[in-house]
Design a binder for this molecule. Structure first.
Ligand SMILES: NC(=O)c1ccc[n+]([C@@H]2O[C@H](COP(=O)([O-])OP(=O)(O)OC[C@H]3O[C@@H](n4cnc5c(N)ncnc54)[C@H](OP(=O)(O)O)[C@@H]3O)[C@@H](O)[C@H]2O)c1
Length: 259
């Protein structure tokens, strides 16, 4: 039975794999048996993540640098990882960018930058890795979206971020529709606010009780952890989800159930 969830013999690339959620997912995929490569822009962060994963579970992951908002850089990542690993079976898009401005003040360049990373960049990663997976007749793509792709927030400043995640949810569904016949599944994970480097400054700016208040709003009455994304990611990357495509799983402590 557990074999259904095993990733032995599978090769995975986790973009944003040195970030809070991406690193937890990369470690989870490696623990489930996959050969894992993490990718993002900062070599220092990648090396730190490789070291931390090694210390946490004695597993080696490899790393690649990529600017996932740049198509040439994404194409180079596909080439390098395929050369290195032989094939890529799994792609997790865990990269992201989140800047908050009230809607009436939102700078156009920041809005565009957010779409470049969270939407266009993810689409281009799916395009280039998807092409490789279609050729192989097998692939699992998991996009890290957010509850903000589905429900708005009472906190101002989120028009850009919510917009990108709503777009990503629809791209996920449409790619599922286009890639399904090639045995390539495309799904998403939609976490709620999770304590990661992306959120620390934002949470701190909301005052000393921000975390407690946030936890209080969730049916499960605690803040989300990066590790809450690991189970959904392993499921969506494994054969246990063989006939699941175009879906979004919400590790959100019940927020979208009541939101
Ligand atoms: N934390 C939350 O509350 C939360 C909730 C829901 C959804 N999410 C989503 O979860 C994903 C991961 O977020 P996180 O909280 O783990 O954030 P994080 O800790 O800030 O990690 C983000 C990662 O994305 C990488 N990245 C950013 N721009 C990139 C680019 N152009 N090319 C390649 N890599 C890039 C960063 O690495 P470099 O800067 O080194 O490139 C970093 O590794 C994002 O999509 C985010 O929107 C987060």
């Amino acid at each position: 039975m557990l074999e259904l969830f095993s990733l032995k013999g599978k090769n995975a690339i986790v973009i944003g794999g040195a970030g809070g959620i991406g690193q937890a997912i990369a470690q989870g995929l490696a623990a489930a048996g996959a050969t894992v490569g993490i990718a993002s822009r900062s070599v220092e962060s990648l090396q730190r993540a490789v070291q931390e994963i090694k210390e946490a579970c004695q597993l080696d992951v490899r790393y690649y640098t990529v600017d996932a908002a740049n198509e040439e850089s994404i194409a180079a990542l596909v080439k390098a990882s395929v050369l290195d690993m032989g094939k890529v079976d799994i792609l997790v898009n865990a990269q992201g960018f989140n800047k908050k401005f009230n809607a009436e003040e939102f700078p156009a360049d920041v809005f565009r930058q957010m779409f470049d990373v969270n939407v266009t960049g993810v689409m281009l990663c799916c395009k280039h890795f998807g092409k490789h997976m279609i050729k192989n007749g097998y692939g699992k793509i998991v996009n890290v979206s957010s509850v903000r792709g589905r429900i708005a927030t009472r906190h101002p400043g989120n028009a850009g971020y919510c917009g990108t995640k709503g777009a990503l949810d629809m791209i996920t569904r449409q790619l599922a529709s286009e890639f399904g016949k090639y045995n390539v599944t495309v799904n998403a994970i939609g976490p709620t606010v999770t304590e990661t480097p992306m959120m620390t400054e934002i949470l701190n700016s909301r005052g000393p009780d921000a975390r407690k208040e946030m936890a209080e709003q969730l049916p499960m009455k605690r803040m989300a952890l990066p590790s809450d994304c690991v189970g959904p990611a392993v499921f969506l990357c494994s054969d246990a989800s063989g006939f699941v495509t175009g879906n979004i799983i919400y590790p959100d402590g019940g927020l979208t159930a009541i939101g």
